[in-house]
Design a protein around this ligand. Sequence first.
Ligand SMILES: *[C@@H]1O[C@H](CO)[C@@H](O)[C@H](O)[C@H]1NC(C)=O
Ligand SMILES: *[C@@H]1O[C@H](CO)[C@@H](O)[C@H](O)[C@H]1NC(C)=O
Ligand SMILES: *[C@@H]1O[C@H](CO)[C@@H](O)[C@H](O)[C@H]1NC(C)=O
Length: 464
Amino acid sequence: MMVILWKIIHFTTITGFSFCFLNDVAPEDNPDIPAIAKYFSTKGRYEEVNPYLIEDILAVNRSILQPPSAQCREIHLTAIIRHGTRYPTTKNVKKMQKLYDLLKSLPPAKESWLRELQTQWTMWYTDDMDGRLVQKGVNDHKHLAVRLSKLFPSLISEEHLRGGRIKFITSSKHRCVNSTLSFKAGLTELWAIEDMEFDHTVNDALMRFFDQCTRFVQEVDNNPSAAPELDKFKQGPEMRRVQEKIADRLGVPYSLITADMAEAAFYLCAYELAIKTVNSPWCKFFHEVDAQVIEYSSDLKHFWKRGYGYDINSKSSCILFHDVFSRLDKAINENKSDQQVTEAVTIQVGHAETLLPLLTLLGFFKDNDALKSDNYAAQTERSFRTSLMLPYAANLVLALYDCGGGDLRLQPLLNEKPVSFPGLSTDQPASMPSYQEVRERYRELLQGCDFESECQLFKEPAGV
Ligand SMILES: *[C@@H]1O[C@H](CO)[C@@H](O)[C@H](O)[C@H]1NC(C)=O
Ligand SMILES: *[C@@H]1O[C@H](CO)[C@@H](O)[C@H](O)[C@H]1NC(C)=O
Ligand SMILES: *[C@@H]1O[C@H](CO)[C@@H](O)[C@H](O)[C@H]1NC(C)=O
């Protein structure tokens, strides 16, 4: 029997009265989608962040963009996009295999979903999948391209594409190159362009800056003791409880289920959903409370290794930060001097590890307290949730408007939703700040944030 929950999905307040609109089946009650799907961190689907896409993958609501006047024209757009859905990496496949082997070695289970895993489900993930883009990932980017062109029709247009005014830059990683090709294919298929091909540039200095920032690599990325809070959490009571519950379900001693195995089961559920759109029996190992614990452990990792945990994490993105602002300035200057904007659109494809340091540098998702091993309960309302920030094909879009008379506006969108630059205004996200205000907000970074000096191992004291 299926229980249909009546969900309040929307509130509107008009002169003090509240109206609720009820919708019969909210996406989280869809039997094809595990209830824990919203906690999959960087292995989550883009659709979980924007559930309206489940019904219509090309849905766009243009009225989310509200330039201050009818005069405003879009003059430039930069999009920094994570690659689409991918296979697990070799390291994760090995962890999954280990858990699967354990399951197969146990006597036939009583519960049907467990028996299904033992007898019907087959371990189809192989080492050589190596994080490659899957077909769903191709579609992630094709569909995103179409939606963005519907949202910004005067910028992401056939005319600009044919005129070479849409530039594509990608990380060299195969899943990013393939995502870039898919984004382009989304546009060429949309406009049925068959007589032209469009270039892209591979640029790891921009899109994989994290590999090239020596100080970050040594002090954080390759430093096994850079995230003690993560290590402690993985040994802590919340995580242990998740492992014990899995062990209880399997009827094995607690010592047999490691934190890695718990994560492997969790990510098997995530991959089966993301790649095959299947609500697999692996998901049955977890209640929502367990999923929240594993999500927190992933958030801890990202916080300490790519986010606010260390200053160098965000500073490693200085090169991309300056690149973004110089493109905006260039478009403004060209427009001012009555030239056609030569780069109307920049599409940059990279990794979660590309986006997160930049979002951190810009001050997004900053909570009052650091994520720690011992404040899990206090952090339930945190804004730093990778599941919401960094699903596959996550994107930061900056749209620049010329509203006439020197009035320039910059609208940031995160995963296609308008947001405010942190610390800039407590206004509605939809009210676009002036470009001057934005430059003022980031003045210190614009004047400093030098990749070379931030990333050298022994940073000189300020002022030298
Ligand atoms: C579109 O966005 C506007 C502004 O946010 C909102 O008021 C409206 O309800 C949305 N329309 C749909 C169909 O979602
Ligand atoms: C991705 O690109 C590689 C070549 O770089 C190709 O072999 C592979 O088939 C592509 N995958 C997809 C899903 O497009
Ligand atoms: C500059 O921007 C304005 C919109 O504010 C537009 O009308 C004009 O055509 C642009 N100039 C050029 C040369 O593209």
